[in-house]
Design a protein. Structure first.
Length: 256
């Protein structure tokens, strides 16, 4: 079993593990260091995604909520692996520009994510290649196969294809984001929601690792069998023992 339940913030000078200050329904003046910390953390996540081949070129977009009721989001057309803090833009929770360059054309995804899951503080949208390939091939990522994934992020639902850069896209994933912290968009990419930027990135990393394993298994065998239902139930019962309370579609049956 992995150590998902014990990933603390120790040794976190860039604030990747730390959420923004405040609570979802209590906007207040930001801590003096909050915005600088999250700007740096967004750049670090962009580099992580680029270095791990989860995005290329100008792919993807990321955001983090600030305690004053605004969010930082990556700008349109930027190469996310080479961002500096001053490149980021700030919008309100309706996606309207507050300051900075033009925000991502997919800011609507982030607005919709925070509306659907107000407890979340960060959103990472990437194009993980093995996971996207699975959606193109029609392979169901909700199938319970890998025990660690069953216990942690659970089944990974896939939304029907919608046109990127339009309102169709956030509308297509709104209901699924209420069910799951990690969602695939068919033929496009992934959305990961987190209580911090590193929490959102961690779920993306787990998603692509899972998809890579399933890709290899399909290549070697062709077709896979899910874990028996009784084994899935036993695994889900361990979540409470491990202190894991994240949203899990195999547990809540939402979207299945």
């Amino acid at each position: 079993m992995n150590d998902y339940a014990n990933q603390g913030a120790t040794g976190d000078p860039r604030g990747l593990f730390r959420p923004g200050q405040g609570h979802a329904h209590e906007p207040r003046a930001p801590h003096p260091e909050e915005e600088a910390r999250l700007r740096r953390a967004l750049c670090d996540v962009g580099k992580l995604c680029y270095d791990r081949n989860l995005i290329v070129g100008a792919d993807g977009n990321f955001s983090a909520r600030l305690s004053d009721g605004t969010m930082l989001v990556t700008p349109a057309g930027a190469m996310k692996g080479f961002l500096e803090p001053h490149h980021l833009t700030k919008v309100d929770m309706e996606g309207r520009l507050v300051e900075g360059p033009r925000p991502s054309t997919e800011t609507g995804i982030h607005v919709t994510a925070y509306q659907a899951r107000p407890e979340m503080r960060a959103v990472v949208h990437a194009h993980p290649p093995h996971a996207v390939a699975m959606t193109i091939a029609g392979i169901d990522l909700q199938m319970p196969i890998i025990p660690e994934v069953v216990v942690t992020i659970g089944g990974i639902p896939t939304a029907e294809y919608a046109t990127p850069g339009t309102q169709e896209l956030p509308d297509s994933i709104r209901d699924l984001m209420r069910c799951s912290d990690t969602v695939m968009m068919k033929m496009h990419g992934s959305i990961s929601l987190g209580t911090s930027l590193m929490d959102a990135f961690k779920k993306l990393d787990m998603l692509e690792h899972t998809a890579r394993i399933l890709y290899y298994a399909h290549t070697l065998r062709g077709g896979l069998d899910p874990l028996p239902a009784e084994d899935v139930e036993r695994l889900l019962r361990t979540r409470k023992l491990l202190g894991i309370d994240s949203t899990n579609t195999l547990e809540n049956r939402c979207g299945l």
